[in-house]
Design a protein around this ligand. Structure first.
Ligand code: 5GP
Length: 142
């Protein structure tokens, strides 16, 4: 199926709907998940319109993974996390619910994922405060 340009992350990329953005460069955008599986749950998406990792041109993969690494480091620092879980689902059969490639960056461990996947909206004010800390961690590492 061709890439669906009306998916929610494409709309966030086009700034049609708001998001708590914590990182942006020419290749990627990162923002807070509104239904976090743990506090600090952040999503990193490429600007390239790929539905899954398998649709991302190989020449875009390096820049995108660097963005994931940058965001993971800032989330780890901001949340004072010992570990970071990276999760990335490809296709509805794998449980992917938004058809634009993304990495989940989740502080903690697989055992501390408090909420089921894409299930419970968190308090927007709490998400905003956590986003502030992640942006501060990002700025301090530059
Ligand atoms: P997937 O199931 O595709 O791997 O993950 C999609 C993620 O997007 C889920 O963790 C879900 O909570 C999150 N999500 C769904 N809708 C929105 C939205 O409108 N804004 C944000 N920031 N996250 C969303």
């Amino acid at each position: 199926m061709p890439y669906q340009t009306d998916n929610i992350f494409a709309r966030i990329l086009r700034q049609e709907i708001p998001a708590q953005i914590v990182f942006e460069n020419d290749h990627a955008l990162a923002f807070m998940d509104i239904m976090p599986q743990a506090p600090g749950h952040t999503l990193v998406i490429p600007k390239y319109p790929a539905e899954t990792l398998l649709d991302l041109p190989a020449e875009c993969a390096g820049e995108f993974l660097q963005a994931v690494q940058t965001v993971a480091a800032a989330v780890k620092q901001a949340m004072n996390a010992e570990g970071i879980v990276l999760m990335q689902l490809n296709g509805p059969a794998a449980g992917q619910t938004v058809p634009h490639l993304h990495f989940h960056v989740i502080p903690g461990s697989i055992a501390t994922l408090r909420q089921p996947h894409a299930h419970t909206p968190a308090d927007p004010e709490q998400i905003r405060q956590i986003a502030e800390s992640i942006r501060a961690a990002m700025a301090s590492s530059r």
